[in-house]
Design a protein around this ligand. Structure first.
Ligand SMILES: [Zn+2]
Ligand SMILES: [Zn+2]
Length: 126
């Protein structure tokens, strides 16, 4: 499979039995349907996102891409909680492309959210 942003090949990365594709060039991450949802819940999964933020930021501007699986035009999306996270989604296979650093960013928010929920629960029990 070839990266839709920089044309380099993807490599397989396995984390807790979930296989993800990572670009060997720009280090963008390709998630098949629901892989991202599963991975984001697993502790330490941000370790698959190894690319430098600066590289991700430069590729983030490139939004007119075709799905590497079914070659359809992908839809530019914005994360519902973090508006600065821009990713691309395929309406046919439901795969998503995250630039380097964006999955780490997404995870940060998830952990912070969980922490604030925990605090609220503690307050309620006081
Ligand atoms: Zn790439
Ligand atoms: Zn697709």
């Amino acid at each position: 499979m070839q990266c839709p942003k920089c044309d380099a090949e993807f490599e397989k990365v396995v984390f807790h039995d979930i296989e993800v594709d990572r670009c060997t060039g720009c280090r963008g991450l390709w998630f098949d349907m629901l892989e991202k949802e599963d991975l984001v819940k697993i502790k330490g999964s941000e370790s698959i996102d190894i690319g430098p933020d600066q590289v991700g930021e430069s590729y983030d501007l490139q939004r007119d891409i075709n799905c590497p699986v079914c070659h359809q035009k992908m839809i530019p999306m914005v994360d519902k909680d973090q508006f600065h996270i821009h990713y691309e989604s395929c309406a046919t296979c439901y795969g998503t492309f995250f630039d380097a650093g964006e999955f780490r960013d997404l995870k940060d928010q998830t952990v912070a959210e969980r922490f604030s929920q925990m605090l609220q629960t503690l307050r309620r029990h006081r």
